[in-house]
Structure formats: C-alpha cells, structure tokens
Design a protein around this ligand. Structure first.
Ligand SMILES: NC(=O)c1ccc[n+]([C@@H]2O[C@H](COP(=O)([O-])OP(=O)(O)OC[C@H]3O[C@@H](n4cnc5c(N)ncnc54)[C@H](O)[C@@H]3O)[C@@H](O)[C@H]2O)c1
Length: 463
C-alpha cells in the first residue's frame, strides 16, 4: 500500500520503518530539516536500540523514503498517518498545534485521485477524530479557489480513523512488530478493512522477523480491536492512566512500608502474583516520567472537567508521582543532614533506560531541587548528557565521563535511571572515590548486599 506518516519522531519513525519492512511504500514526512538530514544519512535522530539497523534494512529495500514535502507525500498515498507531537502546555492541557497544522496541510493537498484514510496516531483528547475531520475539511476549503477545483466533481474523499499507539521507548520496534493489540476506531467499514489489511502481517504474525528484533516465543498473533472513534481515543488515555496509577499505588504503599518495617519488593511480589493484579508496573521508586503518562493523565482530567466529572483517582495518581520524585532528597537529608555545599551525583538522566528522552524526566526535578538547596550536582548518563546540556542549559549540572568520574568527591549518589551498566560496577573502587559512600537507590535496582559489603550506606525506596 502507499502510505505516508507525518511526523518522524519516536512513534512516526518506528511506524514508518515497520510498515516499510512489510513491503509497503512509505514516505516518512517531517518538518524538522535537521531530523531529516540525520535520517537520510542513515542515522536515527534519537537513541532507540536497533533502530538505525532496522531503518537501514527498510531503506535498502527501497520502500522507505524521507521527505519534508507533506503535499507530495499526501498526494502519493492512500493511507496518511498523523504522528506529530502533542506535548503538554504549561497548564497541563495538550498542545494540539502540530495536529492542527498537519490536518490542515493534509486537506490542502488532497486531490480526487482516490479515497484517502487519514489515521490519527497522535494521542489526542476524546472527540479529536471528528475535530481532525473538520480541520482536514478546512484545509480543503483553502484550496477551493484553485482552478483545478473544477476537476473535482464531488471534491476529494477522505475518512478519519483513530489508531492509538502503545509502543514504549526503549523497546519501540519490538512493541510495534509484536503488540498486545492493534486498536482502530472508526464507523467506516471500508476504512476498517483497509486498516486490517495494512496491519495483517502484525495481526497474523506471518512476516519473517528481522534479525535485530526477533519474535518473542509467546507471540503468535495480535488482536484487532475495532471500536468507535471516541472509544479508541479513550482506550489510549485510560491505558496510560491505569499504568500510571499502578506505579503511584506501589509508591504510596512504599511510604507505608518504610514506616511499618515492611519491604515493598516482597509486598509487590506477593500482590503481583495475583493474576487479577499482575506483576508489571508495580515498581516503587522515583516515579514515572516521559512524554506520555503525565501529559495523558492531565488531558483526561481536563476532559473530565469539561463534563463536570470527578477524577479523584487520576488527580491522586499525579500528586503521588510528583511527591515521589523528591523522596530521594528526603533520604539524602536524613543521611547527610545538610544538603547545602554537598556534592551529589545522579546516576542516569533519561526518564528510563534505553532512551535518550528527557521529557518530564524525574532527574530534572531532582537536579533542580538539589541545586536550589545549594548542592553541587553532577551526573552521568550513557546517552542523554549532550541532549540534557543542550535542552536544559539553565540546569547547572556537571557532566561526567564515567561512573567512576561521577563518584569522585561525591557525598552521595542517587540512582535515578536503571541503566543495566549501573548494576555491577566495581563498587569498592567507587566507594573509595567518594567523599562519603552513600547511595540512594531511586529504583530499587541495585544489590543492597553487595553495596553494604563494599562499604556503602544503602537506602532504597519502601524498604
Ligand atoms: N513517545 C512515545 O513513547 C509515545 C508512545 C505512544 C504514543 N505517543 C504519542 O504519539 C505522538 C507522537 O509522539 P512522539 O514521541 O513520536 O513525538 P515527537 O515529538 O518525538 O515527534 C513528532 C515529530 O513530528 C514532527 N512534526 C510536527 N509537526 C509537523 C508537521 N506539520 N509536518 C511534519 N512533521 C511535523 C516534528 O518535527 C517531530 O519530529 C504524541 O501524540 C504522543 O503522545 C508517544
């Protein structure tokens, strides 16, 4: 099929690569020339494991193209994905300006050659499907004065469907090739049938798995979930809210565990074995970050407010997460008493391992608070230090070349991101390099036993 994907970010680029891998002709469109330059030179503009290799494979087949020409890409495509960003504004509402621009530009480029399916993959508030349809139509009207209009007896034909994305950064290709489900929201049977065809290799898992992203043993198919437009949009928001709520639940219980002398790891293991609960997303720590959970939960609260609905659970989920980020600072205070003048080293900056994404990363809140309290803040992260320095020049962080460099002269280390390479370093050497061998494990990721054996004072979360 002929497909274009507008927005070559985490979602758009991975979607483009996967659809090209299945043999579709895909044009990935982005407005950011720097991003395109990087892509055309065969390099992903952001860190995502395996993506460079995967894109290389698809581009070599000649099925994946990169372009800044949205109009041309729309004209050449039957299926047009919108995968632009919907970041949160300062008041928590989603900023939909990228969606507006993309939808209007699609409308302006449509012709009568074929019926198009406009697929909304960006996470947008409930009701946005109809709104995108209106925006595309508005885009159409801007070109009605063009002489070629007379050739369109009926005018261009299109339908908008919702196809929310559930991939996780760090395992984005695997999540896209082997998803738990594919959700399509639409009342148009023809569009649903074409979407099913497009996703057939994923639904039936009948493609040869790429060497760089092997198929997990337990995957044999993926459910195709067809809903109405509003329900598809609601599924995306509710899924993120539920996942965020699980983490906040674990964090709330972790505070109580510390008071009563219980261990959150044992407690969550014990409750996670209950199949009704499940063991995932029950990790206590410095809380979630990233571009989705906070933004989407706030957007859901916002929609609820419009309808006068109470959202006490969602609001608490957000409040617990905000509070949780700073519990590592309370622990530093308990151990060091005075923070002013101390040197604190942050292990990890990205909001989770295997990505360089810093959007809403707990590390930023922690660094900001420590700096305000008069500490010197150092950090080491395997991939996101350069981005952090570029995007947050106001945060006066000292960037280090290794874990050993980070530890040197520190009064305390805080593990913020659970990068695998932080698991088994030479702790004895690190303890010797520090002014005081103290470690706050903000993800309950490290071995308390080996740290204590190496001379550290160890503090986890909820233990
Ligand atoms: N990142 C994730 O893990 C994730 C997961 C699921 C869903 N989502 C949702 O998917 C959407 C995209 O997220 P993302 O993280 O990929 O965003 P992103 O910010 O990484 O990428 C968006 C891209 O769109 C481009 N763009 C914006 N307007 C454009 C236009 N008019 N024409 C061409 N290109 C344009 C930008 O230059 C940018 O490269 C968001 O709504 C997000 O909430 C993200």
């Amino acid at each position: 099929m002929d497909v274009c994907v507008i927005g070559a970010g985490y979602v758009g680029l991975v979607t483009s690569a996967c659809l090209a891998y299945f043999g579709n002709n895909v044009i990935a469109v982005d407005a950011d020339e720097r991003r395109l330059l990087s892509l055309k030179s065969g390099k992903s503009p952001f860190y995502e494991p395996g993506l460079d290799q995967f894109i290389g494979e698809c581009s070599a087949n000649g099925t994946l193209e990169f372009s800044s020409n949205l109009g041309d890409a729309v004209k050449r495509s039957e299926i047009i994905f919108i995968a632009v960003g919907t970041p949160a504004k300062s008041d928590g509402e989603p900023d939909l300006s990228q969606v507006v621009a993309a939808a209007k530009a699609i409308g302006a480029a449509l012709d009568c050659e074929k019926r198009r399916i406009v697929v909304n993959k960006s996470t947008v508030p409930v009701g946005s499907g109809n709104w995108v349809e209106m925006l595309v139509s508005q885009g159409l009207q801007t070109v009605q004065t063009v002489p070629a209009r007379s050739a369109r007896s009926q005018g261009p034909s299109f339908v908008v469907v919702s196809n929310p994305e559930f991939l996780r950064e760090g395992s984005a290709i695997s999540d896209s090739l082997y998803p738990d489900r594919v959700v399509v929201g639409s009342g148009d049977e023809e569009a649903i049938a074409r979407m099913r065809e497009l996703y057939c290799p994923i639904l039936e898992q009948n493609f040869v798995a790429p060497a760089c992203v092997p198929r997990p043993d337990y995957i044999c198919d993926a459910p195709f979930v067809v809903t109405d437009l509003a329900s598809a949009e609601m599924i995306k928001y509710s899924a993120n809210a539920f996942l965020g709520m699980k983490i906040s639940f674990a964090n709330e219980i972790s505070g109580l565990c510390e008071k009563v002398g219980a261990d959150i790891l044992q407690v969550m293991h014990g409750i996670g074995l209950d199949k009704r609960i499940g063991s995932k997303f029950l990790s206590a720590g410095v809380g979630w970050g990233g571009s989705c959970f906070g933004k989407d939960i706030n957007a859901l609260i916002d929609v609820a407010r419009e309808y006068n609905c109470q959202t006490a659970l969602l609001e608490s989920t957000m409040a617990v997460n905000k509070r949780q980020r700073l519990t590592v600072i309370t622990k530093l205070q308990e151990e060091l008493k005075i923070i002013k003048g101390r040197t604190i080293g942050l292990m990890g900056l990205s909001f989770k391992p295997n990505t360089d994404d810093l959007r809403d990363a707990p590390s930023l809140s922690i660094a900001d608070k420590l700096l305000k309290m008069g500490a010197e803040v150092k950090a080491y992260d395997p991939v996101s230090m350069e981005i952090c320095a570029r995007l947050h020049p106001g945060l006066e962080i000292g960037y280090c070349s290794s874990l050993e460099d980070l530890a040197s002269g520190c009064d305390g280390l805080v593990l913020v991101t659970e990068w695998e390479q932080f698991r088994h370093p030479d702790w004895k050497e690190i303890a010797v390099a520090m002014r005081r061998p103290l470690i706050i494990d903000g993800r309950n990721f490290l071995s308390e036993k080996s740290l204590i054996a190496s001379g550290f004072v160890y503090r986890g979360v909820g233990r």
